[in-house]
Design a protein around this ligand. Sequence first.
Ligand code: HSE
Length: 307
Amino acid sequence: MSEISILSPATVANVVCGFDCLGFALSAPCDEMTVRIIEKKTVRIVNRDQFNLPTEPEKNVAGAALLSMLKAIDENFGFEVEITKHIKPGSGIGSSAASAAGAVVAANELLDERFSKLELIEFAMDGEKVASDDRHADNVAPCIFGGFTLVRSLAPLDVVTLNFPPLFVTVIHPQIEIKTSEARRMLPLQVSLKDAIRQWSNVGALVSGLQKGNYELISRSLEDFIVETVRKSLIPKFDAIKNKSLKAGALGGGISGSGPSVFMLSETSVTARKVENVMREIYSETAIDFNIYVTKINAEGIKILEK
Ligand code: HSE
């Protein structure tokens, strides 16, 4: 086998209270990628979209992830990766994670699954670092494992996969760009003990709500006292979207990753559609273009299309 194609899904990181540790994969949108083995020990990037992303491998998230993988391989071959992005860079729904994770998962298939999922997350985080100046796994972990994940520790890497009940997700992506690296720099380096207690209580309760399928507990736990208060200033109409979506019946939600996308979770598809209408109404009054996705949690993660 010398070539493989995959679909790599968008992801929602943080999930309101779990900054840098919680995340889940979405059923749509997904990037399309094909990875093939080449003779030279290098990485070649072929972009098949309009985003003009860098083709120097060390400046490209997929390229940097594959270079990291090649360092762990004591053989003389490399990879070419062809990328068609449908997840717009800078959208807050894990565009860089989809590229980084997709590239290494596809390459690993070509190598007969030589590396474990945790090793793949390590390589993918080296790719993520190109976009966010930092290593974080809350997008690449759900992309690779599927479903809902909690990154308990980065060193050593420890990822917990979570059970979850049926949930529908409405995501609005305003067409403005927020760079993850900049959205990280604006965060406080220290938090008060009072805020920390509220935050870790909510993370524990959210995980319990997900495990038990307790929608009311999920709803009560979707609170963030540390990150949302700072970052919401970057997202026009954030408060209106959140408040009106809750009134329309959403369980809760907030900034997806570092924004500008905003997501809401609902128990039924009917509510998720009502939330879509609310979001559409609010953003139609602005001059900002937007996309809305109504989708589900993707339990499978990256999908292998053809070998
Ligand atoms: N946890 C990261 C952040 C996710 O919020 O900065 C970035 O997609």
